[in-house]
Ligand binder design. Sequence first.
Ligand SMILES: Nc1ncnc2c1ncn2[C@@H]1O[C@H](COP(=O)(O)OP(=O)(O)OP(=O)(O)O)[C@@H](O)[C@H]1O
Ligand SMILES: [Mg+2]
Length: 639
Amino acid sequence: MSQDLTEYRKDEYKKVKIPFGFNEQLQKVSLSLFHTFFVAMTGHGKTLGMKSLLLRFRELFPDWKVLIIDSKDKRDYADLNADIPLCFVEATDPLDLKNLMEPIVGAKMMYYFDKIIEEATFDTLGEIQRNIHKKVVDADEGRIKIHGKELGKLRVLDFTLAKLVALIEKPNIISELKLQDGFNVMPVSLPDVKNPNLKRAFQQLIARSTLLLLLSNPLYERTLLVLDENHKWNPQRYSSICKQPLSEFISEGRSQDKIVWLSDQALTKIDKEALKNVKIWIVGQQMEDNEIEDARNTVNSITDLSVTNKEIKTLKIGNFILVDGLHRTVEKVYLQPYGTPDEITQQIAKGADPELAEPYIREFEYKLRKSMEVDEDLVYKEICEKLRREREEMLDTIKDLKENFEKRVKEVREKAFQEAMAKVEEIKKEWKIEEYQITIVELKDKCANLETIVKKAQEDLAVLDEIKQVMGKLFPTVQAVSVPTEAMPIMPSITVAEVDERITQRLSSGPSPVTMVTVDVDQRIKELVKNEIINRIVTKIRALPESAKKAAWWLHEKRQANIRALYNYMFDRPPDETGRIPGTFYMNVVNPLQDAWLIVNEGGNIHWSLQEKLQAELKEVLTNSDLEKVPKYLASLLL
Ligand SMILES: Nc1ncnc2c1ncn2[C@@H]1O[C@H](COP(=O)(O)OP(=O)(O)OP(=O)(O)O)[C@@H](O)[C@H]1O
Ligand SMILES: [Mg+2]
């Protein structure tokens, strides 16, 4: 709807009337939009008439809100499917408190009023009740002294209020009024509350809160309030906390475009004072004399036109006397049920049986129910959608939690790992594990050395065997020349002098005379040994790995160095670098060089030893000139 039209409606609604039905002259009759009272005995058609009018009203005034307080045990407006939360405003004024408690106890509370004034010093009913309860308990348990009569009064207040507070302090009761466009139904029927007096007091609290909030908030301009069961809010003989707000709503509401439609079965139990400003009355049938009288008097006092008792008593279902105090008109009108065709309505207005409308009424009720079913589907869809969203949010939350959890686990793990490592370090320090590790490495190196030595000794043994064979050939008579293996120490080398000595020993202890021994034997042996040993060295030098040759050449130049320096040189490391020298370095470089007599390793210090070794080992067999040439020749093999 455009703004202009809304403005037009705002100004013009007072002139716009809601189609009501047909009069006996078959003329269309409309209802002015003012505060209105529906009164008719049970079953006369108030609820159906009200619903029909409300549906037509909504079509005519879509920018108005409709708020219905649905208070009957068997709900009248559930089929509109527009329930909203109950609203509640605290009522802690002593007079309100007294009026609130009267329907609960079903009697006047004047006797208790002094105590109520004394106790009504908190902002909420809950606090007031809890404070009274505490006093009662304290007095009962002897902590404080309260006079018997006073304590009795407190007990009554505590008992009465406790029940009410239990109803108020429920999560579905909110402190504000939330109105949607179109219909809003506040269900205060409370089928679960069995005590009717308590239920009445609670319903009054809700109705009062609604009236106060509706009237005080400019947001709720253009609202039509529907308040059934008027005797509940506005009883004739009892005080009620709703009376005052209702009266105010009726007198002030219209200027703010806030209208109330009231209804009830009878007028005798209703306080007429608040209804003085209700100028439109829709009066249906009454059977009881007092009721007829009351209805007639009320109607006549408004219009000064006379409606007779008989007219009220003989009204048929759905037929009402429509009294318009503003236009001073009174006429008998048949209220057209929503969806009933004009012709049928006119027939009934002329006097036909209202039964004629039944099929249309059923269809209308069916359609309402059906629309509720459709709406229910929508509601379920909405619920489904809401649940789906909640599920997605939950999944997101779970994902976040999982991520956080995993992150946390990782952190904890890392922390634990760090701590464990620190602990290991500590233990290492304490137990000097690194020292053990170094020792193990050294032992491994030594083991490798020993293996090399053993190997070499075995080779030396083989040489000795060869010598033995040669000797056998040279001196076939010397059968006993044998060198038992176990007699040979496992040594890296054996000197020629030793061999000589042993041979001489054997020869001298042999059985046969050995005259020819003096022949140049010594020289020949020497030649043999020299060639054999030098050949072996040549073979070994040739077989050296390239890395060992490189190391040998460097050492040949340097003449001496320690193993660390050699290692750093070989692997292009800074000369001062420290750290473990791997066993493979010994195996592939140091040991083969030693084996080839090129170097001697003395506790990590290496020196070029070829010459010295040759001299030491072969001094018997090498001439001075040999001693000069042979090392050069052997060194040249490294190139
Ligand atoms: N205008 C009408 N024309 C024909 N039949 C009607 C009309 N209004 C109501 N009725 C019939 O009367 C029955 C009762 O009507 P309704 O429930 O509106 O009465 P009521 O006045 O609200 O009664 P109560 O005071 O007990 O709530 C309806 O179910 C319907 O069958
Ligand atoms: Mg009804």
